[in-house]
Write a protein that binds this ligand. Structure first.
Ligand code: NIG
Ligand code: FE
Length: 411
């Protein structure tokens, strides 16, 4: 099946020679083709160019995109999309002045969601998550990493991972699964955190790996949560079982999380509000993708990660939604683009690179997704009529996606 998308006002983020990731000042560059065509063959891109060079061929199907732009789908490399219920009451507590850590200490926060996930059926968790995935597709995402982490027991963590496996099988999105056994310390383990880490190391990680339920392992390495020593133990156990790290680090303090991520060659370290020169230095010459989550910083009204300093130091930066009920209840990557530009002063090109190629890298899919390149998976969207690509972050709050294609098909 060959489909032609014709008369595209602008084809954005094309790559003749696909890169694994985009670093430093290269992030301000993005290739586009004006008045373009795009050819999709089955589930992948087969060619593109300007309309004046359109080859004389017949197609099974043609879509006239007149006045519209085409972008590769966003890759959302950090989400907690499987959860039950919402937490708007805590949100009001936050408005009244309680901190994230204070809410967590009272048994709210992550533990609140954990209780609900433990009680929910697999079916219910699946249905709720499927709805969120549909929303994401509508906002232009084509790939998503989903974490467990609201289970807190071996049984409930495996339940969450089974839900993610079913989502992988049922959704047209490309999905990666991460075991986040160490997201919070359950009440019954307070004061004996080592014993909970033992449970993650000796039971959760081996079981998830044996059943092929996880692609990566995550740890919330931060002040008031898991220490560098805990994190080392879990990343080592992950490595023994073939699971690479993708960790939460430096959201609440200079926790040493970035250094431990690099030491264990984690694929990404995420949040990074507390990042100084030593952390930036450490990330240089590493394979670890610094990933910033503007939705969580916005929602919790936190300081912003020093994205400009990172890029000036030659680092790549990825962005993701962190979709979760406690600190970022949104599936909308277009809003993330706007927040990147407004709050982090990223240029639109930098924000697009961070939400496509670099976020694809941060979830291990940049060889097949993240740009429009011949041979890559045909995950893309056609916009409504818009004047420029800069309009995407500029018109915040408006959904600019008209139609999404995943695996070469309209969804
Ligand atoms: O990425 N920082 C840790 N974990 C989540 C928050 C989860 C929650 O509050 O439920 C995050 O922001
Ligand atoms: Fe998170």
């Amino acid at each position: 099946m060959r489909t032609l998308i014709s008369n595209i006002k602008q084809l954005v983020q094309v790559e003749e020679h696909p890169r694994q990731r985009v670093c430093g000042k290269d992030m301000a560059q993005m290739q586009t083709v004006n008045d373009a065509y795009l050819i999709v063959e089955d589930d992948h891109f087969a060619g593109y160019g300007t309309m004046s060079e359109l080859p004389e061929q017949t197609f099974d199907h043609e879509v006239n995109a007149e006045g519209r732009m085409v972008f590769p789908s966003f890759c959302d490399s950090h989400t907690h999309l499987v959860y039950s219920g919402s937490r708007e009451i805590e949100y009001i507590d936050k408005i009244r002045g309680l901190s994230y850590e204070e809410i967590a200490l009272r048994g709210g926060g992550i533990l609140n969601s954990a209780k609900r996930v433990q009680e929910a059926s697999e079916e219910q968790l699946f249905d709720d998550a499927m709805q969120r995935l549909q929303q994401m597709i509508g906002f232009g995402s084509g790939a998503v990493e989903i974490k467990s982490g609201y289970g807190m027991t071996v049984e409930a963590e495996m339940k969450m991972l089974r839900v993610i496996r079913r989502l992988k099988e049922s959704s047209p999105l490309t999905i990666k699964s991460t075991l986040l056994g160490a997201h919070g310390i359950p009440m019954e383990y307070r004061g004996r955190q080592e014993a909970f880490v033992d449970l993650v190391v000796n039971e959760m990680i081996p079981q998830a790996a044996a059943e092929g339920l996880a692609d990566y392992v995550d740890v919330f390495c931060d002040q008031g949560f898991f220490t560098v020593h805990d994190t080392e133990r879990m990343l080592e156990a992950g490595a023994r079982h073939g699971l690479r790290g993708k960790i939460h680090a430096n959201e609440l303090a200079c926790s040493g999380g970035i250094q431990v991520a690099v030491k264990y060659d984690a694929l990404s370290c995420d949040h990074l509000e507390f990042t100084g020169e030593a952390e930036i230095e450490c990330l240089k010459n590493s394979n670890t993708m610094p990933t910033v989550l503007p939705g969580a910083a916005f929602f919790l009204n936190m300081r912003h990660a020093p994205v400009r300093q990172m890029m000036d130091a030659g680092l790549p930066v990825a962005l993701a939604s962190d979709c979760n009920p406690g600190s970022s209840p949104s599936t909308n990557m277009q809003l993330i683009l706007s927040m990147a530009c407004i709050n982090y002063r990223m240029l639109p090109e930098e924000a697009f690179n961070a939400t496509t190629i670099n976020s694809a890298y941060a979830m291990g899919v940049s060889d097949q997704l993240g740009s429009i390149a011949v041979g890559k998976k045909a995950n893309f969207y056609i916009t409504k009529p818009i004047p420029t690509y800069e309009y995407m972050p500029y018109a915040y709050g408006e959904n600019k996606v008209e139609v999404a294609f995943l695996n070469g098909k309209v969804v």
